[in-house]
Design a protein around this ligand. Structure first.
Ligand code: SF4
Length: 478
């Protein structure tokens, strides 16, 4: 019999990517096999992002195509992920199943309730019904909608699902879900709800397993990672202690790996967190600290709960305690009401703080976010100009950082083939992209030493030095 297959479209941020890895585990436990080819799939799903209009447009274009294909074959469709209440109402009319990610443990029941016999069900002698017949008997009100139960309890079940990691050497580990900060430009608190911290014992167990399996890059994920534990009223450890326990585990393991976290909020970036990173070699010297704007009035309108002076102090602490750390940030240009002078303040803080990398976005009102009710009064042309100016600043600063790497040797995690033929690429602990000549794909997922010989604006190039390979792998170079 032809195997039943599924295809999953994952949109949005790293949290959605991580959610998708748990979703795959559940779908595959039902006997479905993955396929990239939608045409041969019986189960088609989307991990959606309601935060950006472009991502929403993609959801609509996909579901219209899939619903047309239902005339030709049995097909079950679902959508989950970051979904605003207003979008959910529309999706319910288009998809067979719509569920919140914390309802993932119920997915097999939802599919069965829908009347679909899964590959596992077939093996057990079940008889399938065509989806469209099932729809008629279930009716529109029964379309896979799950009632609102205790979100916190449900999240516990969700976190217990082992992920199907999409890489054999880098992994994302969710440590928290939701957000309490309510930045006025952001819809996340409305799509994912309030902050809930995952039990630390489960996080530590997952990290330990990854380390034992030889993973080299582990990223702790959350909307506000450094407020980890604050929702538990003293019943859970805080973020600095979580890092310390991971650091101890790293020391005891004798293995080499890098642990990152994203994204922290400046308001909760304590000195203890920085001191802990300084103490343990496995905690990567790379800090992503979103500033969003270099102007206090804009920060107030964004409801960012810190001022430029406080942010500057945190960066001072990073430079003092972690002098080798690279510094990344997020910036929004053209936020509602942003004057030329306020934009110039952002430009000047960029120059002052000398970021290695900045993810600069043009402001666009996000449905559901508070600022979507305010005038989007900076013209698109002006926003584009501000974006290009900041990108120019960033390139110049990053080039200087990269030039300073020339002649030095860096540990590099090889991540894949470079787009330049005959080269591999990877990244340093500080996430600087490195390209070097080699076609030896056995190096992908390994640490190598690269001596930097050239620097471009956003990357460097070098020559391979020595390679250290794990004991259970064939030695490649000495
Ligand atoms: S901290 Fe702000 S930007 Fe980040 S998820 Fe929460 S509301 Fe959104």
């Amino acid at each position: 019999m032809r195997p039943m297959k599924y295809s999953l479209l994952q949109l949005g941020c790293q949290m959605n990517q991580s959610d998708g890895e748990r979703l795959r585990t559940v779908i595959e436990s039902l006997g479905y096999e993955p396929t990239e080819n939608e045409e041969e799939a019986n189960l088609l799903g989307i991990v959606a992002c309601s935060v950006r209009q472009k991502a929403i447009d993609k959801v609509y274009s996909k579901i219209h195509k899939w619903n047309t294909a239902k005339g030709e074959r049995n097909l079950l469709t679902f959508v989950t992920g970051c979904i605003l209440p207003a979008d959910k109402v529309k999706f319910l009319k288009l998809f067979d199943l719509v569920f919140h990610m914390n309802e993932l443990p119920d997915f097999p029941d939802l599919v069965r309730q829908y009347g679909v016999v899964t590959p596992v069900g077939l093996d057990q002698g079940g008889v399938g019904r065509p989806i469209d017949d099932v729809k008629q008997s279930v009716g529109p009100s029964g379309r896979g909608v799950v009632g609102e139960e205790s979100r916190k309890d449900r999240l516990k079940g969700y976190w217990l699902i082992p992920p199907t990691y999409t890489s054999g050497f880098e992994a994302f580990v969710p440590i928290q879900n939701g957000c309490d900060k309510f930045c006025t430009f952001c819809a996340v608190p409305y799509t994912r709800g309030r902050e809930v911290s995952r039990p630390s014992r489960d996080i530590l167990r997952e990290v330990e397993t990854l380390v034992e399996e030889g993973y080299k890059s582990i990223t702790l994920l959350g909307q506000n990672v450094n407020s980890y534990g604050l929702d538990k009223n003293g019943e859970e450890i805080g973020f600095a202690e979580l890092l310390r326990r991971i650091g101890e585990m790293g020391n005891a393991s004798g293995r080499e790996f890098w642990v990152y976290f994203t994204s922290p909020h400046p308001k909760d970036m304590s000195i203890e967190v920085l001191e802990t990173i300084a103490e343990y070699p496995c905690l990567a010297r790379q800090i992503h600290l979103p500033i969003q704007s270099g102007d206090d009035k804009v920060l107030i309108r964004m409801n960012r709960n810190y001022r430029v002076g406080e942010y500057r102090q945190i960066v001072g602490n990073i430079r003092r305690l972690l002098p080798e750390a690279t510094l990344f940030t997020d910036i929004i240009v053209g936020f509602t009401g942003e004057s030329e002078e306020q934009f110039e303040n952002t430009r000047s803080i960029m120059r002052e703080l000398q970021y290695n990398m900045a993810y600069i976005a043009i402001y666009s009102p996000r449905p559901g976010a508070a600022s979507s009710r305010w005038d989007d009064d900076v013209s698109h042309e002006e926003k584009k100009r501000r974006l290009h100016e900041l990108q120019g600043e960033l390139q110049a600063i990053s080039h200087e950082h990269n030039m300073a790497m020339i002649g030095k040797s860096y540990r590099v995690l090889v991540t894949g083939r470079d787009r330049l033929s005959g080269y591999l690429s990877g990244r340093t602990e500080g996430k600087v992209i490195v390209r070097f000549p080699s076609t030896d794909e056995r190096l992908i997922g390994e640490f190598v030493e690269v001596v930097i010989t050239e620097a471009a604006e956003m990357a460097v190039a070098g020559e391979l030095g020595g390679v250290r390979v794990a004991a259970d792998r064939e030695a490649v170079y000495s």
